[in-house]
Design a protein around this ligand. Structure first.
Ligand SMILES: *Cc1c(COP(=O)(O)O)cnc(C)c1O
Length: 468
C-alpha cells in the first residue's frame, strides 16, 4: 500500500471549481462555494461486515474511511451507540420478509418515526463535536412542510454549539407534525409558525442566507439533504440489510421511495464500495421527473403536484446532480452547462452516454394516489403489515420489477411509520393506525412556538435575539 492510500480522503465539488476539502470542512460547508455538491474523490472499499455485527459496529466500520482525519473509528462508534440508543428496535433498522423474494427494511424506528432520523441522529452529533473542536457556534435555519423539521429538531436538541430555528407554515402542517416539533423541550430550539405557505417559509430561509451580513453574523447553516454526511450515514443500512437477506454475500436489489434522491444515492455508493447490488429501483409518486427521465433521456421541470406521499413531492431532486456528475465522468463544466440549460429552458436532454450509464444500474417506476391506496390495502391483506403511503410506492415498484424479470431478492426501504399518515391509511384499510407509545402523549404535552408574519426583518430580529 502506498502512503497516498492512507491519507484521509478528500471531497470534490460536482461543479469543478471549488477547493477539495476534508470531511470536517464538508460537514460544515453544506453547498460548495461554486454551488456544487461535495462527493468523495475516491470511494473506499467496503470493510468486512457480517450479519452478526451490531448495526452500530457496522456503522463505525463503514463510515470510518469517509471521516478519516476528522473522527477516528472509536469516536464514530461512540457516536453511533449514542445516536441509536433512542431507536425502538435494538437492531436499529430491522428487516422483515414481505413476500417471496421481497423484504422490508424498516427505517422508521427513530424518534420521529421516519427514515431521516437514521442519518440526522448521527450527523447532529458529528456537527456538534466538530463545532466544539473549532470553538464555533452555528444557527441552523430550516423550512419544513412537516417531517424534516422534526427530524432536525430531534437530532439537534440540546447540542451545545447549535441553535435551531425551524419555520413552518401556520395551520398548514398536521397537528401531529406540528406537535412533534413544538413539544420538544430544549433551550436551543425555536419554532416559528409563519403566516403563509411552505414556499413562503422556504423563501424566507433563502433570503436569510442571501443576506450576507446576517449570514456571517449568525454563522447560518443548513442540514438539508445535500449535506454529504447524511448520504454517508445512509450507506450503512444498505450494507446491513443486504447481509441480513443474503449472509452469503449474494446480490440483492433495492426499491427506494424517492424524492430528493439522497436515500437511493447512498445505495449507489454502497455498490461502488463493493456491495453486491443488482438493481437500484427508483420509486416515484405522481411527481415523476425521474421516471420520465428514464423513458425519454430528458429532464423536464413541471409544477409540484401535492400527493398522499408529501415527502416525495419534489420536481428536481438535488442529489441527482451527484449521480449525473459521476455519469459524466466527473466533468464539472458539463454539469454547470447542463444545469444552466435546465434552469433557463425548464428542460434539457441528458447526453446519451450518461443516460446509458445510469440506466445500466437504475430502474424507475411511478405510482399515483389511487395506486398508493390500493397498494397499502393489498400489502395489508397479503402480509398483515401496515405500510405508509411513501413505502407503498416502494413495495409497488418492487412487485413490478420482479414481474419485469429481476431475480435477486428485492429490499424495499420503509421510510415512514403509517401512524404519521393516519388519514391516507384509514382511507386505504378502514382503520386508523395508532401512534407508538412514546408519542401517544404528544397530544397532551404543551407546545412552544411563536407566530410571525412573512417578513425577513422579523426573522432576522428573532435570529439575533438568540445571541444576545
Ligand atoms: C424524505 C423522505 C423520502 C424521500 O427521500 P429522498 O432522500 O429525498 O429521496 C421518502 N419518504 C419519506 C417518508 C421521507 O421523509
Amino acid at each position: 500500500m502506498s502512503d497516498a492510500s492512507e491519507r484521509p480522503l478528500t471531497y470534490t465539488s460536482t461543479r469543478g471549481s471549488a477547493p477539495e476539502l476534508g470531511f470536517g470542512d464538508v460537514l460544515l460547508a453544506g453547498l460548495a462555494v461554486d454551488g456544487g455538491l461535495y462527493c468523495p474523490t475516491t470511494v473506499p472499499e467496503l470493510p468486512t461486515v457480517t450479519a452478526e455485527m451490531s448495526y452500530q459496529e457496522a456503522a463505525a466500520a463503514i463510515m470510518a474511511p469517509y471521516v478519516a482525519g476528522t473522527f477516528d473509528v472509536g469516536t464514530v462508534r461512540t457516536m453511533a451507540d449514542d445516536a441509536y440508543r433512542s431507536f425502538r428496535s435494538p437492531s436499529v433498522c430491522p428487516v422483515h420478509e414481505l413476500a417471496s423474494g421481497r423484504h422490508l427494511l424498516d427505517l422508521t424506528q427513530g424518534p420521529t418515526l421516519a427514515f431521516k432520523d437514521v442519518a440526522l441522529q448521527m450527523v447532529g452529533r458529528m456537527l456538534d463535536a466538530q463545532l466544539e473542536r473549532r470553538g464555533e457556534r452555528v444557527t441552523v435555519i430550516g423550512a419544513t412542510s412537516g417531517d424534516t423539521g422534526s427530524a432536525a429538531i430531534e437530532a439537534l436538541a440540546n447540542n451545545r454549539n447549535v441553535d435551531v430555528v425551524i419555520l413552518h407554515p401556520l395551520d398548514r402542517v398536521s397537528e401531529v407534525q406540528r406537535r412533534q416539533m413544538t413539544t420538544v423541550v430544549a433551550s436551543n430550539i425555536s419554532n416559528v409558525a409563519i403566516e403563509g405557505t411552505f414556499d413562503d417559509c422556504q423563501d424566507l430561509v433563502k433570503a436569510a442566507f442571501a443576506d450576507e451580513v446576517l449570514r456571517q453574523e449568525m454563522n447560518l447553516a443548513a442540514v438539508n439533504s445535500i449535506n454529504w454526511a447524511r448520504v454517508m450515514a445512509q450507506i450503512v443500512y444498505y450494507v446491513t440489510s443486504a447481509r441480513a437477506v443474503r449472509p452469503d454475500g449474494g446480490p440483492v436489489s433495492f426499491a427506494v421511495p424517492t424524492g430528493n434522491f439522497g436515500n437511493i444515492l447512498a445505495g449507489w455508493y454502497a455498490k461502488r464500495m463493493g456491495l453486491s447490488v443488482d438493481r437500484l429501483i427508483i420509486a416515484s409518486n405522481r411527481n415523476d421527473v425521474l421516471t420520465r427521465f428514464f423513458e425519454t433521456g430528458r429532464l423536464i421541470i413541471e409544477s409540484v403536484e401535492p400527493s398522499l406521499s408529501p415527502s416525495m413531492d419534489i420536481q428536481i431532486s438535488s442529489n441527482f446532480e451527484r449521480l449525473l456528475w459521476e455519469a459524466s465522468g466527473r466533468d464539472g463544466d458539463a454539469i454547470v452547462d447542463l444545469l444552466a440549460a435546465l434552469r433557463s429552458e425548464g428542460r434539457v436532454d441528458v447526453p446519451e452516454a450518461w443516460c446509458d450509464a445510469i440506466r445500466a444500474e437504475f430502474d424507475g417506476y411511478r405510482l399515483d394516489d389511487e395506486g398508493i391506496l390500493a397498494e397499502i390495502a393489498s400489502v395489508s391483506s397479503d402480509s398483515e403489515l401496515l405500510i405508509d403511503p411513501h413505502t407503498a410506492v416502494g413495495t409497488y415498484a418492487a412487485r413490478r420489477a420482479q414481474a419485469d424479470g429481476v431475480k435477486s431478492p428485492i429490499i424495499v426501504l420503509s421510510t415512514a411509520d403509517p401512524a404519521k399518515f393516519p388519514d391516507a391509511v384509514e382511507r386505504a384499510v378502514g382503520a386508523r393506525p395508532e401512534l407508538p407509545a412514546h408519542l401517544s402523549e404528544l397530544l397532551t404535552r404543551s407546545e412552544r412556538f411563536e407566530t410571525m408574519t412573512n417578513d425577513l426583518d422579523a426573522i432576522a430580529a428573532k435570529l439575533r435575539s438568540l445571541r444576545s
